[in-house]
Design a protein around this ligand. Structure first.
Ligand code: M6R
Length: 633
């Protein structure tokens, strides 16, 4: 996490850096800071909390310089206080560094630096970097090496990054080399932007797109030296690399609320369009069961599916919940045994190798470190094996220009558009749609589904956008009123079964992350095995009760909760004959076949958590302690 930016050019750097950080604030907002270099001095200003605090501090403050670096922080090492905010300077204030990531061996490096007389003023891992860089430059000067290198700063940074362990991206500036900044990438994203006589670097393209579309993503183990004359790239071994920028398509991202109070609410309302975009992209509009053509066009290579015996999915958070729905679909529709792993667990306890196995990495940002490391590990451990064991890697993401898509063999674009709210809503919906399309594609190709049944599902999917619209139109006010009752509630339980169990988990996660209310999601049948002990009149239970294989069972489980005085909220069609008798409150959703019901049942969950958090007056779009893109393991 954390967002980093760098600028070198002809304009005042501070304004460009702040603009860039504004586009990266989704990566962390514990503190922010910028540093520029001019007239033999580093000017550095930092503030605790959001970028607005830094902007307030900058008012009326002279920040000269056309070269600079900036940072927006998600705290890992050291509390989110101003003294721990980046940029970090060496003790002589000649080098400044911003970092996204973690230097895992910083303790050893710090102790060794201390023994050599260095003093530290922060609790961060990053502070070792400027001190190592200046030490290296001093050594090079003492040994007469400076003149041997076209850019001594690059050489010093190169030597330092070779001492660092962990996943990081850094940008470095130095008063002694005021016409350059050096950027380095090791397992954390960093993109270089090429303007006219000005160059940029940033953790993500939205910070660069307002200035240029010509970008070059750095690869792991690469360093870039940015000067007013151009960009040189080399690897950590010091070999020069010939690299060229490519042009990004698409408009720069407009980050507007369009009259909504929060981005999250706007994004909830965008879900019908997201479903339409997916259907449009991947399902043949004209197809009927009589056709012999293929209805689902994901554009995936045939080798991906050949003799497929097993699927392993790795993901985190909301993407993990979408993957659980995906597992259900892949097993029930396409008959492929599927396991879903927390990406953060997979790397350190992978399942035994199996042949003809597809690994799917699901991540809306395409930058989640846990997911990327799990996939890299899988790729590596399978790389020299017999053909049946070779890696087959598929990504499902919203960001087709992310690190994920460079790591996998191919990817499904979920077409959700940029999501600003930290709580994932429309990207979850888009991931669900990607799984419906994938499962239907596999089922069709493996002949585990009849053409008539396929047509039935596709027809039902086409109704989903208008059904979501009707839930939003009919329910929002009702949910808002209901939310008033729960603004002081301390615990919530969400239950569902079968394909709706992951939706119960997602409902609980949404509530936890934006309203800070403790919430748990359980398979409804599991309550009686322990968690039912938690229930009393103070613990509301949301029960997802959709007609289908588990309907009667969920009704019984809900009754069990009611018998323990829990206030019972039913997410269920209005036609449910038991609704009035069983539930204290209703969040009605239209009738839909059980297999597709997660596409509707998640909407009241999102609205409920949104309205409870808004009612509590919380920062819905930027909840405490979180960041949109989690780029540390
Ligand atoms: O970008 P990703 O989909 O890989 O992110 C995974 C999780 O960090 C993410 O889903 C997180 O749980 C969200 N804040 C959920 O709303």
């Amino acid at each position: 996490m954390c967002g980093i930016v760098g600028y070198i050019g002809t304009q005042q750097a501070s304004e460009i850096l702040i603009e860039g950080l504004r586009c990266l604030e989704y990566r962390g907002y514990d503190s922010a800071g910028i540093a520029t270099v001019s007239e033999g001095e580093i000017h550095c200003i930092r503030a605790k909390g959001k970028l607005n605090n830094l902007q307030d501090k900058l008012m009326g403050h002279e920040m000269p310089g056309i070269v600079g670096i900036g940072h927006t922080r998600w705290a890992t090492h050291g509390k989110p206080e101003e003294h721990n905010a980046h940029p970090h300077l060496d003790m002589t204030r000649r080098v400044a560094v911003v970092q996204n990531g973690i230097v895992e061996n910083y303790r050893e490096l710090r102790e060794a630096l201390k023994e050599r007389g260095c003093t530290f003023v922060t609790e961060t891992d990053t502070e070792v970097i400027p001190n190592l860089v200046i030490e290296c430059l001093n050594q090079m000067k003492a040994t007469g090496e400076l003149s041997q290198h076209p850019s001594p700063l690059t050489e010093a940074v190169r030597r330092v990054v070779n001492q660092l362990e962990g996943a990081f991206a850094i940008v470095v500036l130095c008063v002694d080399y005021p016409d350059e900044i050096v950027a380095a990438r090791q397992q954390a994203p960093l993109v270089i932007g090429f303007g006219l006589g000005e160059f940029f670097c940033a953790s993500d393209t939205p910070a660069i797109l307002p200035h240029t579309r010509a970008v070059l993503p750095l690869e792991n183990g690469e360093l870039a030296t940015l000067t007013p004359l151009g960009v040189e790239v080399c690897n950590f071994a010091g070999q020069r690399l010939r690299k060229h920028p490519h042009l990004l398509s698409g408009a720069s991202i407009a980050v507007e609320k369009h009259g909504f109070r929060h981005f999250m609410l706007k994004e909830i309302y965008e879900q019908p369009s997201v479903v339409r975009a997916c259907l449009e992209a991947y399902i043949d509009r004209e197809w009927t069961a009589k056709e012999t053509t293929h209805p689902v066009q994901l554009g995936l290579p045939a080798e991906l599916y050949a003799d497929l015996q097993q699927i392993q999915i790795v993901a985190c958070g909301t993407s993990w919940h979408a993957s659980l729905v995906g597992k259900h679909l892949l097993e029930q529709l396409a008959g492929i045994p599927t396991q879903v792993h927390y990406a953060s667990e997979y790397r350190y306890a992978p399942p035994p190798l199996t042949p003809n196995t597809l690994m799917i990495g699901v991540t809306q940002s395409g930058e989640t470190a846990d997911t990327l490391s799990a996939i890299s590990m899988e790729k590596e451990r399978r790389s020299n094996l017999a053909p049946a064991f070779r890696p087959r890697l598929l990504g499902i993401t919203n960001r087709m220009q992310s690190t994920l898509t460079r790591l996998v063999d191919c990817a499904i674009d979920t077409h959700a558009g940029i999501e600003i709210g930290v709580a994932a809503t429309k990207t979850f919906m888009a991931q669900l749609m990607a799984f419906y399309c994938l499962a239907l594609d596999l089922a069709y190709q493996r002949k585990t589904i009849s053409p008539d049944r396929l047509q039935e599902i596709i027809t039902a999917l086409r109704h989903v956008p208008s059904q979501i619209e009707s839930v939003l139109a009919d329910q929002e006010q009702r949910v808002e009123e209901l939310a008033h009752d729960f603004s002081e509630t301390q615990d919530f339980i969400f239950v569902g079964r079968g394909i709706n169990f992951p939706i119960a988990l997602e409902g609980a996660l949404k509530l936890k992350e934006i309203s800070y209310i403790h919430a748990e999601g359980y398979p409804a049948g599991e309550m009686k095995h322990g968690p039912i002990a938690l229930l009393d009149a103070k613990v509301p239970v949301v029960a997802i009760t959709m007609p289908g294989a588990v309907y009667e069972k969920v009704i019984s489980n809900a009754q069990e909760a009611k018998a323990r005085d829990a206030r019972l909220i039913g997410v269920t069609p209005p036609t449910n004959p038991h609704a009035a008798e069983v539930f204290d409150d209703l969040l009605p959703v239209p009738e839909i076949e059980e297999l597709l019901s997660p596409l509707l049942t998640v909407i009241p969950m999102q609205l409920l958590s949104y309205h409870i958090a808004a009612r509590r007056g919380l920062d819905v779009d930027q909840p405490r302690n979180l960041a949109k893109s989690v780029t540390v393991e």
